[in-house]
Structures are given as structure tokens and as C-alpha cells.
Design a protein around this ligand. Structure first.
Ligand SMILES: *Cc1c(COP(=O)(O)O)cnc(C)c1O
Length: 388
């Protein structure tokens, strides 16, 4: 769907403001520095007393990173943003910064694997969690415990791209006194604005669509000024998963073309998914816009380029044969770049691992890049003959 013109403008706007009387650079200068020189000792003392807004040391604030944060905060219509050295850095900072021993976290929907692995590590610190895969609101209500402090959502969820009633879950969590956080990496802020739906915090891996060129690692958290300040002092500044100035600059550069890339990813992925949905070697296609009988919720302003499909011959060797026969998509992890990428969660003896997230056998995930839907469909047509 066409991107909101206001979002397109935010993406295109120069990253720095002009100094009075001087022509403005359109791209931010890279503040490739670890420290900042203060004119007086008192100024340094004052800076250290409000490091969340003052440039003292680049493990705290850095001007190039701040330029990226301003842009992402505006795209999410949030008050404040912190950028991190990776998506996991952002996710870790939220969990470490907001949870305490005795707390419980409820993950709703299929969830990015390393996020759950990190939650499992938090058991050592007395923090429990559950993964809920029944997405109706009654089930969410039932799964909340008195000590549930945080409800973590992915919508669409990892691997199967099932949609949640984000507004409904946010409302239930709030009534329960729990915070909510949504991993919005798949939709990008262009296609979904969780804060407007009542969610407290949004996280992103900017490694995927926001950077968009598979050449950087970055993450972001967006929320109220107060909550972001808490995360800044409790975890951001202390855990040190900071975004390097040069990578912040690459991220700013990537954001310029986000609207045009997303419109193209959306269109081509829909074409490819629709083609696969009618292919006899394919049992099912998991794309949020192609769910039989279900309308895409209004909250989702568009769909991105990542979806999955199940082979009718759903054994490991068939998955391997199809992936090896594909010529255009790279075989690898990650997604959201200009190049298509294919992967599968299938492993030779994987029934138990799949059961945890209720993933069917024979699943292949495709991130549709910018090679063109026609070329990808021809590649898939040829590759699927190996399991015909
Ligand atoms: C990749 C990914 C992350 C983690 O991001 P990194 O930048 O790789 O640390 C988090 N959430 C989702 C949905 C992802 O796909």
C-alpha cells in the first residue's frame, strides 16, 4: 500500500539542521569520536549528571547516533528512541532494564528464537516466562499471571506470520498492570505503528529493513521519554551495546529509501506468494495478506517482503533439495535487504524443536528482495520441479 506521505517526508528529510547563514549538508557528519571535550570542568560535571541528553562519551550519546534515533522516533510517532549495536542489544536492554527477580514475561505469538533464548537465560536471575501461541484474547487473559510484568508481542509472528489483535492485547495487559513491547521489525514503522495501538515500547532490528542493505547491525527501542530514560540508565549505558557512528550513518542512509523499498518489497512478495499459493508442490503459504477468510487488520498499513511456504513433500531432504536448486535467493539467515534470502527452520531430527513454536515441517522462509517478482517466480518454478 502507498506509504503515508508524512513518513516518506521524514525518511527523506536531511539529517542535520542548517547552521544560520550556511548551506546545510543533506547527510549528517559522522561524529567518529569516543569522547567530547568540555570547555570547563563544571560543564563536564553537568554533562555527567545528565548523560542521557548530553554528549560526554559515545557509550552514552553520540550526535550521529542521535540523528538516527530522532528519525526512528518520528517514524514511530514516539517521544524518544535509543539505538543499539544490534536488535538483540535493544531487546536485551528492554528485558534487563525493566524486569526484576520474581517477574514473569508473557511472549505472545511465534517469537524470534534468540529473544526466547535470552528469556531462558533470565531464569538464572529469577525471571520466568511463557510462550503463548493461542492468539485469541481469552487465552491471553488466562495466560497472564499476577507477577506478569511484561507482555512481549510479535505481529506478524516469526516464521508463520500470524497476526495478533495488538490493540486488544495491549488493552488487556494494561488493565493487568503489565507493560507491553512489540517487535515491529517485520512491518517497519511505515506499515504498523504499535504505540498508536496502545503498546508501551517498540523494538526493531534495524539490521533488516531499516538499514536495508545487509551491511550493518543495529537495533532500536522507542517509547515515552520517561521509560527510555529508565532504559538508558539501567541498561543502555551499562551494557554497552552501542551503535557505532559510522553504522548510524549507514542506517540514516538506508532510511532515505525505506518507503520506495517497502512498496516494492510488498508488491513483489504478494506476487510471489500468490504464485506459490496455486503451485501443486506447495501445501500452504503463510503471508498475512493471503490468509483464507481473514482480512488484514486495519492497523496493518501494508505487508512487507518476508513470508513462508510449506512444501507438500515436507521432509528435510525435499526442503534441502529445493533450497539448493534456487539460484536467485541467497541461502542465509537475516532478511530485509535488497537481495532475496531463503532459509528453513527444518533440521534432520527436528520434531521436538519445531513443536515448541508449532512450526510445520517443510517450511521455507523467503525474504523477497528487489530482483523483480518475475525473475523470482521463474527461479521458484524451476527449483520446485525437484519435488514435483
Ligand atoms: C534479526 C531479528 C532480531 C535481532 O536483530 P539483530 O540485529 O540480528 O540482533 C530481532 N527480532 C527479529 C524479528 C529479527 O528478525
Amino acid at each position: 500500500m502507498p506509504v503515508d506521505p508524512e513518513d516518506a517526508q521524514i525518511c527523506l528529510q536531511p539529517d542535520v539542521e542548517a547552521e544560520p547563514g550556511r548551506p546545510a549538508p543533506t547527510s549528517a557528519p559522522i561524529a567518529q569520536t569516543s569522547l567530547f571535550d568540555h570547555a570547563t570542568f563544571q560543564e563536564l560535571v553537568d554533562g555527567l549528571a545528565s548523560e542521557h541528553v548530553r554528549t560526554v562519551y559515545s557509550r552514552g550519546r553520540n550526535p550521529t547516533v542521535m540523528a538516527a534515533e530522532r528519525k526512528i522516533a518520528r517514524l514511530e510517532r514516539g517521544e524518544s528512541c535509543l539505538c543499539f549495536g544490534s536488535g538483540m542489544g535493544a531487546i536485551g536492554a528492554v528485558l534487563f532494564g525493566l524486569l526484576e527477580a520474581g517477574d514473569h514475561v508473557l511472549f505472545v505469538n511465534q517469537t524470534y528464537g534468540p529473544t526466547l533464548q535470552l528469556a531462558a537465560q533470565l531464569r538464572r536471575f529469577g525471571i520466568e516466562h511463557d510462550l503463548l501461541l493461542d492468539l485469541d484474547l481469552r487465552s491471553v487473559e488466562t495466560a497472564l499471571r499476577p507477577e506478569t510484568r511484561l507482555v512481549w508481542m510479535e505481529s506478524p509472528g516469526t516464521m508463520l506470520f500470524r497476526l495478533l489483535d495488538v490493540t486488544g492485547v495491549a488493552r488487556i495487559a494494561r488493565a493487568h498492570g503489565a507493560l507491553t513491547c512489540l517487535d515491529n521489525s517485520w512491518s517497519t514503522p511505515l506499515f504498523q505503528k504499535p504505540l498508536a495501538a496502545g503498546v508501551d515500547l517498540v523494538v526493531h532490528t534495524c539490521t533488516k529493513y531499516l538499514g536495508g542493505h545487509s551491511d550493518l547491525l543495529a537495533g532500536a527501542v522507542v517509547g515515552s521519554r520517561e521509560r527510555i530514560e529508565t532504559i538508558f540508565y539501567r541498561s543502555y549505558l551499562l551494557l554497552g551495546s552501542v551503535l557505532a557512528p559510522f553504522d548510524a550513518w549507514l542506517l540514516l542512509r538506508g532510511l532515505r529509501t525505506l518507503p520506495v523499498r517497502m512498496e516494492r518489497h510488498e508488491r513483489d512478495a504478494l506476487d510471489v506468494a500468490s504464485y506459490l499459493a496455486t503451485h501443486p508442490a506447495v501445501r500452504a503459504v503463510h503471508h498475512p495478506a493471503l490468509v483464507p477468510g481473514a482480512a488484514v487488520p486495519e492497523a496493518l498499513g501494508g505487508t512487507s517482503g518476508v513470508f513462508s511456504f510449506e512444501l507438500a513433500r515436507d521432509d528435510y531432504d525435499s526442503v534441502r533439495a529445493v533450497l539448493d536448486a534456487l539460484e536467485i535467493p541467497l541461502l542465509g539467515v537475516s532478511w530485509g535487504g535488497v537481495e532475496s534470502v531463503a532459509i528453513s527452520p527444518a533440521r534432520p531430527d527436528d520434531a521436538q524443536a519445531r513443536a515448541r513454536q508449532r512450526l510445520p515441517a517443510g517450511l521455507i522462509r523467503l525474504s523477497v528482495g528487489l530482483e523483480g517478482a518475475g525473475a523470482l517466480i521463474a527461479d521458484l518454478e524451476r527449483a520446485l520441479t525437484v519435488v514435483a
